[in-house]
Every structure is written in structure tokens, then in C-alpha cells.
Design a protein around this ligand. Structure first.
Ligand code: ATP
Ligand code: MG
Length: 322
């Protein structure tokens, strides 16, 4: 991985666009105190995504924008661009195979006074994440070993085993695999968690299945009981029907018999009624005859009385005459 150019504009002490060409053989930058050597390192760190203003020797990020100097107005924007030689195709902008065909790859970062900022890869807007991924295992990066500042060697020797390990891993080119392994482990963990959740769901489903089976058993026995009940009910109703039917027949018979008896009583009543009217007529006749006989007796009595009177009278005359 070869750095070809560094272009700074409006960054820290570099008010004007300044191009550093790192041709073959360039191994250092020298200059008097305060001339901006460390600013060059800051520029490289910044363009590779340094987020801490303190690590860039400032108090806030805006401190990287050229602040003005005697006779120079401050700039509105800081821009740093790194140009890498990619003839070996190690860098794949965009993450695709075709990306490796870029002979040169540039990475840029801009910050405006308004606070707006952007990253660029080959002049096209990009995400810092993509830039980091692109540089994995190349040794290029804020946390990688290619940028070792003043005092960092000492700090490196004193750093923890893990931190040292990270730098060696990057140099050995295994960070990419480690990152992939981490990602794979994360995925595996997610899968394990999903599996746990699935097991929970499975257990829940099994529990529900058991209760559903139990319910199904109960439903089945309910069904057979209700079928049996319907059967028994039908049989009972049929038996009742037959019973009522025979009761009806008996009652009908008794009704018929009672009707016959009623009819014969009625006819007897009719006959007696007729006999009564005939007797009535006869009684009337007898009473009439009685009255007739009585009047004839009376008139006979009267005739007798008058005959007796005449007889007396005649007797008396006879005596007188006698
Ligand atoms: P030394 O040899 O002492 O380490 P150096 O060459 O590393 O010095 P730097 O620390 O890179 O020098 O540069 C410091 C200079 O950059 C200072 O003069 C400082 O005023 C100037 N500077 C830093 N930030 C800005 C800024 N935002 N605007 C203008 N000038 C700035
Ligand atoms: Mg310095």
C-alpha cells in the first residue's frame, strides 16, 4: 500500500491548497518548530476518520479548520484528501471486485464551519464505515500501525497485551478475518438467541399441543357421549310415542264405549220421554172423562132428585086422591 499524495486545504495551518507528493524515496518531512509537521499527521488521521478533537490536539472538531493568521482570513471549510496507489488492487472501493481495478484510490473528508461534514471515496460521497472496511488489514487507519505519532512508541511498549495484539493483528493482515469472525460470532450468537427463542416457542407450542390434544380427547368423548345421548333420547321418545299411542288407543276405546253407553242412555231417555208424553196425554184424557162422568153424575143426580120430587109429589097426590 503506497501513499502517493496528501492534499490539504483549509486544514489547520494549511490555509492554501497544499499538495504533498510522496514520490519514491521520500521518507520524512523536516522543518522548524511549529511549521506544521504534526499537522500533516493530524490531517492523515483526520481523513481516516479520527473523531476525537483531543487526538488532533484541539478542543473541538472545528479547530481543524484554518483559523486565520496575520493577514489571512479564516477558511469556511477544511478538506484533506489522501491518494493511494492501487496498482496491486488491494483496495476495493464500493466493496466490489470491480473496485480493485481502480489504479488510484482517493479518500477525502470535508468539514464546513456550518458543522456539515462528509467523506468521499474517489470523489463520491461515502460512509466512514465503508472507508474503514476498505482499509481493513492494510495497516491504514486511525487505530492501525501506519500512523505512529510522537510519544506513541513509548505508549505502545507500555500498552496492554490486547492493544499490542491489535496492532500486530492488523500488520499480519488478520484483522479482516478477526472482524469477520467477530461478525460471525455475533451472528452465531443471534442465531443461538433465535434458537433459544425458537425453543421457548417450541416448548410453548408443545404445551399448547398437549392441552389441545387433551381438549380434542374431551371433544371426542363429548361427541360420542352426545351421539349416545341423542340415540337414547330418540329411543326414549320412540318408546314414549308407542306408549302414548297405545294409551291413545285405550282411551279411544273407552271413549267409544262411553259414547255407546251415552247413546243408549240418550235413547232410553228419549223412550221414557215419549212414554211420559203418552202418559200425559192419557192422564189428560182420563181427567176429561172424569170431568165428563162427574157432570153426567151431577146431571143424573139432578134428574134423580127431580124424579124423586115428582115421585113424592105423585105419591102425595095419590094419597090425596086415595
Ligand atoms: P513541533 O516541531 O514543535 O512539533 P510542528 O511542526 O509539529 O511543531 P504543528 O504542531 O504541526 O508544528 O503546528 C503548529 C502550528 O499550527 C501552530 O503555529 C498553530 O498556530 C498552527 N495551527 C494549528 N491549528 C490551526 C488552525 N486551526 N488555524 C491556523 N493555524 C493553526
Ligand atoms: Mg510536532
Amino acid at each position: 500500500m503506497k501513499l502517493k499524495k496528501l492534499i490539504v486545504a483549509g486544514f489547520k495551518s494549511f490555509a492554501d491548497r497544499t499538495v504533498f507528493e510522496f514520490d519514491e524515496g521520500v521518507s520524512c518531512i523536516v522543518g522548524p518548530n511549529g511549521c506544521g509537521k504534526s499537522n500533516v499527521v493530524d490531517a492523515i488521521k483526520w481523513v481516516l476518520g479520527e473523531r476525537s478533537a483531543k487526538n488532533l490536539r484541539g478542543t473541538e472538531m472545528m479547530d481543524v479548520i484554518f483559523n486565520g493568521a496575520a493577514g489571512r482570513r479564516s477558511s469556511g471549510m477544511a478538506e484533506v484528501t489522501l491518494v493511494f496507489d492501487n496498482s496491486d488492487g488491494r483496495l476495493r472501493p464500493g466493496g466490489s471486485e470491480e473496485g480493485a481495478e481502480n489504479r488510484e484510490v482517493s479518500v477525502g473528508r470535508r468539514l464546513y464551519r456550518s458543522g456539515q461534514s462528509e467523506y468521499l471515496v474517489n470523489k463520491a460521497p461515502a460512509r466512514l464505515k465503508d472507508i474503514r472496511e476498505m482499509f481493513l488489514d492494510t495497516g491504514v487507519g486511525v487505530d492501525a500501525y501506519s500512523v505512529i505519532e510522537q510519544g506513541q512508541v513509548g505508549a505502545f511498549l507500555q500498552s496492554s497485551q490486547d492493544e499490542r495484539r491489535n496492532v500486530f493483528d492488523e500488520a499480519a493482515g488478520i484483522s479482516r478475518y478477526k472482524a469477520r469472525r467477530k461478525e460471525a460470532e455475533r451472528r452465531l450468537e443471534r442465531v443461538e438467541q433465535n434458537l433459544l427463542r425458537l425453543n421457548d416457542i417450541l416448548a410453548e407450542v408443545e404445551k399448547r399441543l398437549r392441552s389441545i390434544k387433551h381438549q380434542a380427547g374431551r371433544a371426542r368423548s363429548y361427541q360420542s357421549y352426545s351421539e349416545r345421548l341423542a340415540e337414547l333420547r330418540a329411543l326414549y321418545l320412540l318408546a314414549q310415542y308407542h306408549m302414548f299411542q297405545s294409551q291413545r288407543r285405550d282411551l279411544q276405546k273407552r271413549l267409544d264405549a262411553d259414547n255407546d253407553a251415552l247413546a243408549s242412555v240418550q235413547s232410553m231417555i228419549d223412550r221414557l220421554e215419549a212414554a211420559r208424553s203418552a202418559a200425559q196425554v192419557e192422564a189428560d184424557d182420563i181427567r176429561r172423562t172424569e170431568r165428563d162422568v162427574e157432570s153426567r153424575i151431577a146431571s143424573a143426580s139432578a134428574a134423580i132428585s127431580s124424579a124423586e120430587e115428582r115421585a113424592e109429589m105423585l105419591t102425595a097426590r095419590v094419597q090425596e086422591l086415595g
